[in-house]
Design a binder for this molecule. Structure first.
Ligand code: NAD
Length: 267
C-alpha cells in the first residue's frame, strides 16, 4: 500500500486529489499539509474536503509528517513547492508536483533537487492534454511552413499565473518540433499598431473568466485553411486522477525527474 501525503490539501486541486484517491487500490492518504496560517490546520482532513472524518489532522508543516508517507503530492504555489520538495528529497520521499507558474530559476532549482529524488513534474496531469502535447508536435513536424501557430488558453478568474503552464508547454513542444527558440518567437500580448505578423512567431494568448476549469486551443492557420486542436477540461477530476496515477507510478522508478508522458507511456 502506497502512503500519500497531499500538500495544499484545502486547495481546489488538493481536495479533488483526496476525493479521487478514495477507492483507488494500492494507495491511501497518510498525511495532509496546508500553509501554517491556514484555518484548516489542526482540523480533520476528511471534514475539510467534504468527506467523512478520517481521524487525520491537517498539518501546517510537511517536515512534521513527511515520515508518514512514501510520496508527497504537491499542488500549491511555486515557493512552498520548492521548500516542500527539499523536505521530501531529504526524507527520501518521492514527489508528484503539479504546481505551475515557476520562474526559470525556480525550474532550475526544482531540477537540481529532483536529481537526488524521484519526481514527476507536469503542468497538466490529464491524459487528454498529454496526448495533445504529442499530437501538436506531430502536426507541427508536418506543417513546417506557411502555417501560423497561435495558442489560446482560458481559465477561471482565480488563476494566479499566466499564461497557463499547459499553454507554455504546448508552445515549447511546438517550437521544438519547428526548430525555433520560444524565448525569441513567443508573443504573449498584442496591442496597438504592431504591424504584420512575422512568420516564426508563436502567439500565446490568455483568457480569464468566471469558473472555466481549463481550455486550450492550438491553431495552425494557413492560407485557405486552418487546423485547430482543442482540449476542454470539464472539471478538475481528470487532473486529480492523473496525480494519483503518477503517485502510484513514481514510487517504483529510479531517482530522477519525470513528466506525465513518462507516467502514461507516451514517449
Ligand atoms: P488553490 O489556491 O486552490 O490551492 C493551493 C493551496 O496550497 C491553498 O489551499 C494554499 O493554502 C496551499 N498552500 C500554500 N502554501 C502552502 C504551504 N506552504 N504548504 C502547504 N500548502 C500550501 O490552487 P489550485 O487551483 O488547487 O492550484 C494549485 C496549483 O496547481 C496551481 O499552480 C495550479 O496552476 C496547478 N494546477 C495544476 C494542474 C495539473 O494538472 N498539473 C491542474 C490544475 C491546477
Amino acid at each position: 500500500m502506497i502512503k500519500a501525503i497531499v500538500s495544499g490539501a484545502a486547495g481546489r486541486m488538493g481536495g479533488r486529489i483526496i476525493h479521487m484517491m478514495e477507492g483507488v487500490p494500492g494507495i491511501m492518504l497518510a498525511g495532509a499539509v496546508e500553509r501554517p496560517d491556514h484555518f484548516a490546520v489542526g482540523q480533520d482532513v476528511g471534514e475539510v474536503v467534504g468527506l467523512p472524518r478520517k481521524n487525520l489532522p491537517v498539518s501546517g508543516s510537511l517536515a512534521q509528517v513527511a515520515a508518514q508517507g512514501d510520496v508527497v503530492i504537491e499542488f500549491t504555489h511555486p515557493e512552498p513547492t520548492l521548500a516542500n520538495l527539499k523536505v521530501a528529497a531529504e526524507a527520501g520521499k518521492a514527489a508528484v508536483i503539479g504546481t505551475t507558474g515557476l520562474s526559470a530559476p525556480q525550474v532550475e532549482e526544482l531540477k537540481r533537487l529532483a536529481a537526488g529524488a524521484r519526481v514527476v513534474f507536469a503542468p497538466n496531469m490529464s491524459v487528454g492534454v498529454n496526448l495533445l502535447f504529442k499530437v501538436v508536435a506531430d502536426i507541427a513536424s508536418v506543417l513546417t511552413e506557411g502555417y501560423d501557430v497561435e495558442i489560446v488558453e482560458a481559465h477561471h478568474r482565480l488563476k494566479k499565473d499566466a499564461p497557463s503552464g499547459t499553454a507554455l508547454k504546448l508552445a515549447q513542444v511546438i517550437a521544438q518540433a519547428l526548430g525555433r527558440n520560444l524565448d525569441k518567437v513567443g508573443v504573449y500580448a498584442r496591442h496597438g499598431m504592431i504591424g504584420q505578423r512575422t512568420d516564426p512567431e508563436i502567439g500565446i494568448q490568455t483568457v480569464r473568466a468566471g469558473d472555466i476549469t481549463g481550455e486550450h486551443t492550438v491553431i495552425f492557420g494557413g492560407i485557405g485553411e486552418r487546423l485547430e486542436v482543442i482540449h476542454r477540461a470539464h472539471n478538475r477530476d481528470n487532473f486529480a486522477k492523473g496525480a494519483v496515477r503518477a503517485a502510484l507510478w513514481i514510487v517504483n522508478q529510479k531517482l530522477g525527474l519525470y513528466d506525465m508522458q513518462d507516467v502514461l507511456g507516451l514517449k
